[in-house]
Design a protein around this ligand. Sequence first.
Ligand code: UT7
Length: 336
Amino acid sequence: MKQTMISGTGRYLPTRLVTNDDLALWMDTSDEWIRQRTGIEQRYWVPEEGGVGASDLGFEASKIALDRAGWRPDDIDLIIFATLSPDFNFPGSGCLLQHKLGLETTPALDIRQQCSGFVYGIATADAFIRSGLYNRILFVGAEVHSTGLDISSRGRDVTVIFGDGAGALCLEGAEPDRTCGVMASVLHSQGEFSSSLMTEAPVSRQNPRLSEAMLREGRHYPTMDGRSVFKHAVRRLPLVAQEALDKAGLTLSDIDLFIPHQANLRINQAFQKAMDLPDEKIFNNIQRYGNTTAASIPIAFDEAIEKGLLKTGSTVMFLGLGAGLTWGAVIYRFAG
Ligand code: UT7
């Protein structure tokens, strides 16, 4: 069985900077509240007038990752696109990206695992590569949240945390080597808590799926029981980190850097405390980008590489929890 290696990464953020003070012009919130409760100082959103979808952001990030990997688009055997904000309800954004890359019949699949889109996506890519079915996989996590948020005070708890953006990775099968590549992945879900974080409408169990009344009630906007999701994250993330370490046969000290999903700085600080990690072992950038869901880990990973925090032989753990509920962790070691 081959080993899954990462050959290139890329990220792309739209250019419209939205500060906490900007949000306070539209809804009853404040820079102080947002910083204290989430750590977020600003985020980037696509242009207000529209015209930019998740596949567009994903395309920009993909071009950078492909370039760094030295791949041409037709080197790609499979596209995996993780998003909760696809361009359309269907077809998936992976198909749209495939066309934008100038490809004709390369397979593409979408993963709808929200904040766990990265860990689910990498685990899926790794399984395809190990099975021998596909050898070169482009993974993209991309979100356009801003066009689907309630910017009135009604939506303030959810709206202030989300940002738009995209991250991409080129994953490739290499000859087996037990000491590097994707070392372990662990995935979980718990549908019991599906209503804790969701966008309900359009809803297939209702006819019509979207009505004037539903729009008035704001059921097409995301809703969240923030405290409950927060508590699940703080409890689950240390457990899944240990589960991944056990699976890989590694210990905490073997991990050079933890890159958690960027949902709330306080969640990551609680994780850091629970795992007794020094500041230099955990990477956070939510302050600048907000929560970009499926894009948050690949954006952070790309930045961590750029800052020289990960190099030859480094071992990194990615982990996250979000809607579903879904959560998981992946351990990756760079070639030595
Ligand atoms: O990435 C996907 C997974 N999502 C997460 O992991 C998010 C997890 N949850 C969170 O990050 C936090 O729960 C939030 C940031 C969403 C909220 O922070 P919190 O500390 O849990 O606040 P809260 O919901 O308990 O609300 C505290 C107060 C409430 O007012 P009262 O009832 O105490 O008078 C809210 O109405 O803060 C109020 N509030 C706000 N005030 C100003 C809620 N949102 C805002 C806001 N600005 N944006």
